[in-house]
Each structure stands twice: as C-alpha cells, then as structure tokens.
Design a protein around this ligand. Structure first.
Ligand SMILES: [Zn+2]
Ligand SMILES: [Zn+2]
Length: 136
C-alpha cells in the first residue's frame, strides 16, 4: 500500500479509491490486464467511466503503459520505475496458450540497428510463445 500511495503522490494524483484499487490489481497481477479484467478484480464499486478516466490519467503520466495486441485489444501494466529503466525500452511477451501478456526487462534485448537517418524514439516488440505458467 505504501508504494501505491507513493506512486500517486509522486505523480500528484489524489488517493481516490478507484485509483488505489486499479494500482493494487496491477501490482498483484503477474501479467498485464485488460480493462474488463481490471474491472473484474476491483469489484463492482466503480463504474466504467471512472475506471476509464483513471486509466487515462495513469497512461498520461506513464504510471502505467498499454500493450496493443493484434485486433486492437489493449492490456495494461505498471510502468517500470523511472530510476530503474527507461519505460519505453522494455519488451512484451504474448503467450499463445493463455493469452497472457508479460513485461520483460529490456536488458535481455538489443535495440534493433537502424539505417542511417532513422532515429528510434521507442522500442515496441512483442515476442510470441509459451509462458512459464503454460510450459510443461
Ligand atoms: Zn501462458
Ligand atoms: Zn510492459
């Protein structure tokens, strides 16, 4: 809970119950969550608009980030702490079996080499395969 309050305060966001519950749900999940999954985890107390607005303000401040899947479905995950990593430089893993989406540290991956004249601003890579929960 302390970390959640610190995250809100660090981003000058007030401690609304909806924001707190969303951050709790994302912290507890070991994979990225869709909006319906988030709503399911935080219960019935919050209407869709409130959840949507909270997600928008978190995205704007880079408290969370979204991962777009084929077909446009979005999953949300907490952003890595700013001191630890450039949040635009980690990659995502999509499990073909359970459809889980996981944030993976960028250290394991090299930024692609670009031709002269091209400059990368962010690095968006989705690795497909089978996750640790589905393997074996
Ligand atoms: Zn899986
Ligand atoms: Zn991520």
């Amino acid at each position: 809970m302390k970390e959640i309050y610190a995250l809100l305060e660090g981003n000058r966001l007030s401690r609304t119950p909806c924001r707190i519950e969303i951050l709790k749900a994302l912290r507890q999940a070991d994979s990225a969550l869709s909006e319906p999954e988030i709503r399911e985890k935080i219960g019935e107390h919050f209407d869709r608009t409130t959840v949507y607005r909270s997600l928008r303000s978190f995205l704007k401040l880079d408290v969370i980030h979204s991962i777009a899947l084929d077909g446009g479905e979005l999953r949300y995950a907490l952003s890595p702490e700013k001191e630890l990593a450039d949040s635009s430089h980690h990659v995502h893993f999509f499990c073909n079996d359970c459809s889980g989406v996981f944030c993976i540290s960028h250290q394991a991956f090299e930024t692609p080499v670009l031709p002269d004249g091209f400059e990368a601003t962010n690095f968006d890579l989705l690795v497909h395969g089978r996750c640790k929960n589905c393997k074996g």
